[in-house]
Design a protein around this ligand. Structure first.
Ligand code: SF4
Length: 331
């Protein structure tokens, strides 16, 4: 299942409310934002960013632990965002927070203040991985938080991270299974990257962690996406948003500016390989929906080459009358 396009107007509040730094995190380098704007600055920003033309826009507070900001200030941010909702310039608020910073009462209050979606930075359900990542919460906290968010009638998003220190492919897929059971409305999946200024950078320099290779990360994320989508859960983001600040500060790890495309192409490759097993003939034409041509072909035709190598057939992938998400094979 693919995400339905929603207009998100992001407000970055780097590390605002965070009780400490998680080992993989340096929001300055990841989001490019250096200082959290005051509520007044948020008002100025939203005045320029919102208009009646995108009245269904969602104002999103990202990059910190929103619900751990002292309530008077939190309320100011929510009130400023609500001014624009009341004027018909936006339809709701979305925010990200940590699992140990939300409970039934706080979720109820958020709902009263026009919040419609809470994204939980769960990262892993494995307590030993969470400990090594310096998260300061457990998998059980994530389960409780997810329930509190959903019970309050809020939309639940979950962010997971593949390749954290102490994690393995098998453990990560357990995290995915546990997350599927929580039935979030959507998930985001990021591979762990080593960025300058994070504790992970020091661990990496001391040789205490080895990031996933690009191929390992793509394979693992492709499996995770397959599990979520088979359960009807939307995967709205795979890999960090590419950006100059991120690229400049990247030290190691499976970074690719089109990481999500690589993952989608890997999923398409697996499907085509499976279908070709039951197909006879020396050549095959695979007809796909025009909007998915580049995903099926892979970057620089990588999937075509891989299919030809694996099946020993001449392969052509063409745009045609296939429904989105499906393909047809012709001799
Ligand atoms: S990962 Fe989230 S909670 Fe941890 S430091 Fe970064 S923004 Fe804060």
């Amino acid at each position: 299942m693919r995400a339905v396009k929603e207009t998100i107007v992001p407000v970055f509040i780097p590390h605002k409310g965070c009780p400490h730094l998680c080992v993989f995190c340096n929001q300055k380098n990841i989001s490019g934002a250096y200082k959290a704007p005051s509520p007044e600055e948020v008002r100025d920003y939203l005045s320029g960013a919102l208009s009646h033309e995108n009245s269904d826009a969602t104002i999103a507070f990202y990059g910190g632990t929103f619900t751990a900001i002292p309530w008077p200030e939190q309320e100011k941010y929510l009130s400023v965002a609500s001014e624009f909702i009341d004027m018909g310039f936006a339809s709701g608020i979305r925010l990200s927070t940590r699992p140990d910073e939300i409970d039934a009462e706080r979720a109820r209050v958020l709902k009263e203040h026009n919040v419609k979606t809470v994204e939980l930075g769960v990262q892993s359900m494995d307590d030993s991985v969470l400990e090594k990542a310096g998260r300061g919460h457990t998998g059980a906290d994530a389960m409780r938080a997810a329930k509190a968010v959903k019970d309050a009638g809020l939309e639940l998003g979950i962010q997971l991270m593949a390749g954290l220190p102490g994690d393995s492919g098998e453990r990560f897929l357990y995290t995915v299974s546990d997350t599927v059971r929580l039935q979030p409305h959507f998930v985001r999946i990021y591979p762990a990257l080593v960025v300058e200024g994070s504790a992970l950078a020091d661990m990496w320099r001391r040789g205490e962690c080895v990031p996933l290779s690009l191929l390992e990360a793509v394979e693992l994320c492709a499996q995770a996406v397959g599990m979520f989508e088979a359960a009807g859960i939307m995967v709205i983001r795979i890999g960090l948003q590419p950006g100059e600040d991120l690229e400049k500060s990247l030290l190691a790890g499976p970074y690719h500016p089109a990481f999500g495309h690589l993952v989608r192409s890997r999923i398409a490759l697996r499907k085509m390989l499976g279908a070709l097993e039951n197909f006879s003939g020396e050549s095959a034409e695979i007809v796909v929906n025009p909007r998915e041509l580049s995903v099926y072909k892979g970057i620089r035709n990588a999937n075509v080459r891989e299919l030809e190598k694996s099946t020993g057939r001449k392969i052509k992938i063409s745009p045609g009358d296939a429904d989105f998400g499906t393909f047809k094979i012709r001799p």
